[in-house]
Design a protein around this ligand. Structure first.
Ligand code: FAD
Length: 445
């Protein structure tokens, strides 16, 4: 019987496994279906134009050793604390942590290449079902399966568009269209779309890249490193107060510091917001929050600027009215923000709109959890509902003390659980709890 089964070997699952070893906690088995364990979606890219969007100084995987990555990156590739290093380098870092932990505790930590497709309660335990038909029992399970696959945007029928449509830009390291000079439409203008544009250019794609979103906003760029004074008092937990607070603080300390200053409070603010307020925030403030909070590295912003100036990349604000397959790709009717309409002929459409919602997820594991009565969607449908300790909430509202979720799957419950600085704390706390180290005073963060 496995003591702790960790499902997903990306940043969240890997780091949980590493921290269980560091806390001399229970034995764990880490299951990963696709990538090499210790990489996950973000850090398995091999492209050197894919840079971290956080400086090396703030990318330590270990919250009790904030300079850990900085020292590793300095020794590995001479990176400075203010550098934005390639994500592939970060993948090597994460992998080295996993390998170290495995070498240190070979009997405590095991990694297994397998897809978990179902979980069933069985008395005091869980039965894990694997895609290859095998089964295994576990006392406790941690879901670290990452972002849910994107959902096709309104106005698009993936089946009718066939191979002119790509729903997942990460699948197979992206794909230039059949005609190397035909335009590509990226739906979305966030960091994923920027990544896709850089990848297409790197792959030698010569045609125009059009990035489309409702408002046509692209991520802002990081500035020079600056001190961020701690925020003595967080604003009230409603959209208007938060926006007013940010505007006022931005005047005093600059918008970047104002956003960064709020970060230690965002999870608490989110958890205190009533549902209607969360919905209001998502409707009116989310895109603004995202472009200011999730910023581009200056090198990436420079490349984007260059592509726009050269006419290789065009960002437009609007929405898709319809899309149909053509012999060479797809033809779309677009309604622009100024209400004018436009026809766009492209070789391929790539969905860069970000993670989909949990209730409509077709992933076997998610379906098994929801349909089997072990979990319920959070109130916004962004992920699974958990309590403040990460315990998964059952449909009857009771937290399950043996089933946990970490990382982007808990976004609806905590909001900011997608970046390294947030996840490293979350998994650290969970590792301490699973190891009973949270009873030991002193070294908690
Ligand atoms: C492109 C990109 C760039 C980013 N850049 C940064 C950055 O620069 N700085 C920063 O702080 N944050 C960044 N992030 C955010 C953050 O680091 C990631 O969201 C984080 O890595 C999430 O890790 P995860 O392990 O939860 O998810 P993932 O990395 O998605 O890993 C989940 C893993 O679970 C596996 N899995 C899923 N289901 C199953 C199953 N049923 N059975 C077995 N295995 C399964 C998947 O194959 C996958 O490997 C980035 C995110 C993305 C997507």
């Amino acid at each position: 019987m496995i003591d702790v089964a960790i499902i997903g070997g990306g940043f969240s699952g890997t780091l949980l496994a590493v921290n269980l070893v560091r806390h001399e906690g229970p034995s764990a088995l880490l299951f990963e279906r696709n990538h090499k364990a210790g990489l996950g979606l973000a850090y398995s890219t091999s492209s050197n134009s894919h840079l971290l969007n956080v400086r090396a100084a703030n990318m330590s995987a270990l919250p009790d050793d904030p300079g850990h990555f900085e020292r590793w990156a300095q020794a590995e590739c001479g990176a400075e604390r203010t550098s934005f290093v390639p994500r592939a380098t970060y993948g090597r870092y994460l992998n080295s942590l996993l390998e170290e932990a495995r070498a240190q505790a070979p009997h405590q930590l095991t990694v297994h290449a397998a897809e978990v497709i179902g979980i069933r309660p069985e008395g005091e335990h869980f039965q894990l079902l694997f895609a290859n038909g095998e089964r295994q029992q576990a006392r406790r399970v941690v879901l670290a399966t990452g972002n849910l696959p994107a959902r096709a945007p309104a106005g698009l029928d993936p089946a009718a568009l066939g191979d002119a449509y790509c729903n997942d830009p990460w699948e197979g390291e992206l794909m230039p269209p059949a005609g190397p000079d035909s335009p590509v439409l990226l739906i979305g203008t966030g960091l994923t779309a920027i990544d896709a544009a850089l990848l297409l250019r790197e792959a030698g794609h010569g045609g125009e890249i059009v990035a489309l979103s409702r408002r046509g906003l692209i991520p802002r760029v990081h500035g020079a490193p600056e001190p961020v004074p701690p925020l003595p008092e967080a604003p009230a937990a409603d959209t208007l107060s938060i926006l007013r607070h940010l505007r006022a603080q931005a005047k005093k300390i600059g918008w970047r510091a104002a956003v960064d200053q709020l970060r230690p409070h965002t999870q608490d603010l989110w958890r205190r917001m009533p549902l209607a307020e969360k919905q209001r925030f998502l409707r009116h403030a989310r895109v603004w929050w995202d472009v200011h909070r999730h910023r581009m590295a200056p090198e990436v912003a420079g490349q984007v600027k260059h592509m726009v100036a050269a006419g290789d990349l065009r960002v437009i604000a609007g929405r898709i009215l319809s899309a149909e397959r053509t012999e060479t790709g797809a033809r779309l009717e677009i309604q622009r923000k100024d209400a004018s309409t436009q026809t766009l002929k492209v070789g391929r459409i790539v969905n860069c709109t970000g993670p989909g919602d949990v209730a409509r997820s077709a992933q076997p594991l998610i379906r098994s959890l929801l349909d089997g009565g072990l979990a319920r969607p959070d109130e916004l449908g962004m992920g699974l509902e958990t309590d403040h300790l990460g315990r998964v909430i059952a449909p009857d509202g009771a937290p399950n003390s043996s089933l946990f979720a970490v990382g982007p799957l808990t976004r609806g419950s905590f909001w900011e659980t997608t970046a390294v600085p947030d996840i490293r704390r979350q998994v650290w706390s969970l590792a301490r709890m699973l190891s009973n180290a949270h009873w030991v005073g002193g070294e908690g963060l």
